[in-house]
Design a protein around this ligand. Structure first.
Ligand SMILES: *[C@@H]1O[C@H](CO)[C@@H](O)[C@H](O)[C@H]1NC(C)=O
Ligand SMILES: *[C@@H]1O[C@H](CO)[C@@H](O)[C@H](O)[C@H]1NC(C)=O
Ligand SMILES: *[C@@H]1O[C@H](CO)[C@@H](O)[C@H](O)[C@H]1NC(C)=O
Length: 322
C-alpha cells in the first residue's frame, strides 16, 4: 500500500522535479522463499518464442531431474548439464521457465539473487510481461543478457507510441529511446546498467546481489546493488516487511511517462524467469563470437553439457510489495 503521507512530503520537497520519479512506502504482499517458489510460480513447458535451443520441462520433470531444487531458504533453477544433444534433435537443452501466478500493476519487486546463469550460449532473463496481451500489454526486462557479458541491460518493449526522453534520472546509459517492438527488430528502449558486477561471471563472483523494480502509473525504475556494495538500502538488505523507495538513491534505469502513458502501454504483469540458449539474441553469430565464444552457438550448446554447470539461478528470496 502506498503511503499518502510519504507522497505529499516528497511533493513538497521536490515540487520542481522535471520528471515524475517520486518513490513511496510499500508493504510486503508476498515473501517467496525456498519451496514457496513452487506455490508462487507455474512451470511453462512451452516452445521458445525466441527460437532458442532449449526444451522447457514441466514441474514434475524439473523436480525429478533436479533442474529445480528448493530447501527452506534457497531456490535453484538450472539447465541440464549432463546430456549431449544430437544436431538433428528437434528440441535443445532441457531448462526451466517459470511464471508467477499473481500479476501486478503498481508494485515493487526485490530479487535477492546469489547466482545467475553464466556461460557461452546462455540467455537468462528475469522480466515482467502479460503473455496474453503482448506486445500491447508491454514488457519490462529487469535482468537480461547473453554470453557472459559483464553488464546488465534493462529494457521496455511496447506497442507504437511509447518513447523515452534522452535525459533521465538514472546511472545507466540510455540506448534506443523508442520502446516500440516493431522498431529495429524489437530492440526496445534499453538502458545499459554499466556497473561491472551487474551480470554473469562478475555478478556471481561477488555473491550476486539485489535487483529491484518499482512500477507506478507514472514511471518504471530499476535498481541494482552488488552483494557487498556499501549503499545497499537497509530495507532491501533485510528483506523488510515494508520498503521506502525514496531512500534507495538514483536508479540504474528510469523510464518516466514524459512520452509514454504507463497505464495505457502496460497491463498487469506476471514475473517470468527463464533460461534459454542461442536463439534470436545469444545465437546471432556476430554477438556470440564477440563474447569470445567458440564455434557456433547451437553446436556448442549441443556438444558441451559440462559447460552448463554454472547455468543456474539461485535465489534467496523474491519480495513483492504493493
Ligand atoms: C526470455 O525472456 C525474454 C525477456 O527478456 C523474452 O524476450 C524471451 O521471449 C524469453 N525467452 C524465452 C525462451 O522464454
Ligand atoms: C540437487 O541440487 C542440489 C542443489 O544444487 C544439490 O545440493 C543436490 O545434491 C542435488 N541432488 C541430487 C540428487 O543431485
Ligand atoms: C505523466 O504523469 C503526470 C503526473 O501524474 C501526469 O500529469 C501526466 O499527464 C502524465 N503524462 C502522460 C503522457 O501520461
Amino acid at each position: 500500500m502506498r503511503s499518502a503521507l510519504a507522497i505529499s512530503v516528497r511533493l513538497l520537497a521536490f515540487s520542481s522535479t522535471l520528471y515524475p520519479v517520486l518513490g513511496a512506502t510499500y508493504s510486503r504482499s508476498q515473501n517467496i522463499v525456498g519451496t514457496g517458489f513452487y506455490n508462487a510460480f507455474n512451470f511453462e513447458a512451452i516452445s521458445d518464442p525466441t527460437h532458442g535451443r532449449v526444451n522447457y520441462v514441466d514441474q514434475a520433470t524439473a523436480q525429478s531431474t533436479n533442474l529445480t531444487f528448493a530447501s527452506a531458504n534457497t531456490f535453484i533453477l538450472r539447465a541440464d548439464a549432463t546430456t549431449v544433444i544430437s544436431d538433428s534433435s528437434s528440441v535443445g537443452r532441457n531448462s526451466v521457465r517459470i511464471k508467477s501466478n499473481n500479476a501486478y500493476t503498481t508494485h515493487v519487486a526485490v530479487f535477492d539473487i546469489v547466482h545467475m546463469p553464466q556461460g557461452c550460449g546462455t540467455w537468462p532473463a528475469v522480466w515482467e510481461t502479460n503473455e496474453a496481451t503482448w506486445p500491447s500489454g508491454g514488457e519490462v526486462d529487469i535482468l537480461e543478457g547473453v554470453n557472459d557479458q559483464a553488464t546488465d541491460q534493462v529494457t521496455l518493449h511496447t506497442a507504437p507510441g511509447c518513447s523515452m526522453p534522452a535525459s533521465r534520472t538514472q546511472t545507466g546509459t540510455s540506448l534506443q529511446l523508442d520502446c516500440d517492438t516493431s522498431v529495429n527488430g524489437n530492440s526496445g528502449c534499453g538502458v545499459n546498467v554499466g556497473q561491472a558486477p551487474s551480470f554473469g561471471p562478475t555478478f556471481n563472483a561477488d555473491g550476486g546481489g539485489w535487483y529491484a523494480v518499482e512500477r507506478t502509473s507514472t514511471f518504471i525504475s530499476v535498481w541494482f546493488w552488488s552483494r557487498n556494495a556499501a549503499d545497499v538500502p537497509a530495507d532491501v538488505k533485510a528483506g523488510s516487511a515494508s520498503v521506502n523507495t525514496d531512500s534507495w538513491g538514483t536508479p540504474v534505469a528510469n523510464f518516466p511517462n514524459t512520452s509514454c502513458n504507463i497505464p495505457q502501454f502496460f497491463d498487469a504483469h506476471n514475473i517470468i524467469i527463464n533460461l534459454t540458449f542461442c536463439g534470436d539474441w545469444a545465437g546471432i553469430q556476430s554477438i556470440y563470437a564477440s563474447g569470445g565464444c567458440p564455434s557456433t552457438c547451437n553446436s556448442y550448446v549441443h556438444s558441451n553439457p559440462a559447460a552448463f554447470a554454472d547455468a543456474y539461478f539461485q535465489f534467496n528470496a523474491i519480495n513483492v510489495y504493493t
